[in-house]
Design a protein around this ligand. Structure first.
Ligand code: GAR
Length: 207
């Protein structure tokens, strides 16, 4: 008889296409992977991410920001949904809303985000366009913990770089970065699920 401890229960927040969610769902589908996505929540009813969740047999929930008086009330509803499903880690995967401290405090040390730049360069929207406009020669992707800072400020877990090529457009650069995103996110979740990450101040290390 083999005893199996429960895999880490992961909740995902996604607003759009959901290709990073797909990378996490694909990883979850492998029995040896130590985490599983148990719920996907979107602030957009028609987000392709919700279809991807349903196709993988994972609960997909639309939470309408318009149903709440303010940002904090919406965020607390997200906290309640994740808590009810005993989620141990929440992953933002292309979630395009700023989360209030009510949310970040509830999931302190248990919330990750993926961002298409080498943070702290180019936080916020259109990171790839920012890199091109700035004339950067190297771009990349970052997975970081979510903290109470304004946007994309938390301790960095993993990063990968890609070259910016002379003829790059926002689309070609984004596609090159996305390949790295899809590799990094499942890797960061695995490190967390295996209890191998340590955080001291801003520095994240792993064994
Ligand atoms: C990804 O490139 C992700 O890094 C980015 O949105 C895209 C979502 O794609 N997130 C941010 O810019 C957050 N600041 P996806 O829906 O296919 O995963």
């Amino acid at each position: 008889m083999t005893l199996r401890t429960e895999r880490l229960r992961v909740g995902v927040l996604a607003s759009g296409r959901g290709s990073n969610l797909q990378a996490l769902l694909d990883a979850s589908g492998r029995p040896e992977y130590p985490a599983e996505v148990v719920i996907v929540i979107s602030d957009r009813e028609r987000a392709a991410a919700l279809d991807r969740a349903r196709a993988a047999g994972v609960e997909a929930l639309f939470v309408n920001p318009k149903d709440f008086a303010d940002r904090e009330a919406f965020d607390l509803a997200l906290v309640a949904e994740f808590t009810a499903r005993r989620v141990g880690l929440v992953c933002n995967a292309g979630f395009m809303r700023i989360l209030s401290s009510a949310y970040t405090r509830a999931f302190s040390g248990r919330a990750m985000n993926i961002h298409p730049s080498l943070l702290p360069a180019f936080p916020g929207l259109h990171a790839q366009r920012q890199a091109l406009d700035y004339g950067a020669k190297v771009a990349g992707a970052t997975v970081h913990f979510v903290d109470e800072g304004p946007v994309d400020t938390g301790p960095i877990i993993l990063q990968a770089s890609v070259p910016v090529l002379p003829n790059d457009t926002e689309e070609t650069l984004s596609a090159r970065i996305l390949v790295e995103e899809h590799r990094l996110y499942p890797q960061a979740v695995r490190l967390f699920a295996e209890g191998r990450l340590s955080v001291e101040g801003r520095r994240v290390t792993w064994q």
